[in-house]
Design a protein around this ligand. Sequence first.
Ligand code: HEC
Length: 140
Amino acid sequence: MVRKTNKLELKISQIWFIPICLSLLAGCGEQPAQDRAVPEMPRFAEEQLAKGRGIWMGTCRNCHLLGISGAPAVTDSSAWATRIEKGKPALYRSALNGIKGDDDKYRMPPRGGNDRLKDEEVRQAVDYMIASVESLSDSN
Ligand code: HEC
């Protein structure tokens, strides 16, 4: 008797499993892999930062929203502290030229991999990211 019940339970659990699996698969393309809270990205009234937000959303967000492939995430203010200390010109240079690792491979490609971005747009995206890091850490 006990065995039969167990078998039945197994079947029910298998049936439930199918739609759950399917919905997980369907969500795969949109959902970030990590189970971390996705921050609401700040908006700024200042025109340069508003432009930077659009550029950031289009290119930089991919890595810097959650910190994909070793990128410092916008929410990680401690990871940004030492970088921000270098000053904006150094950060602009990194974003424009990319950053190579010890193996001489790009850890961040030049312009975040988007060659269509003008220098000024890359700088606006950097400004937006720094303003966001500061604003997100304030609200925590
Ligand atoms: C493909 C992933 C990727 C994309 C896209 C990307 N980054 Fe990065 N970024 C990284 C990684 C990884 C690092 C850390 C590299 C390191 O220090 O080793 C980084 C670091 C930085 C830094 C810190 C540089 C420093 O000198 O400390 C800035 C500024 C930056 N990114 C700006 C941008 C901007 C602006 C964009 C969009 C135009 C962008 N990133 C897009 C991966 C990315």
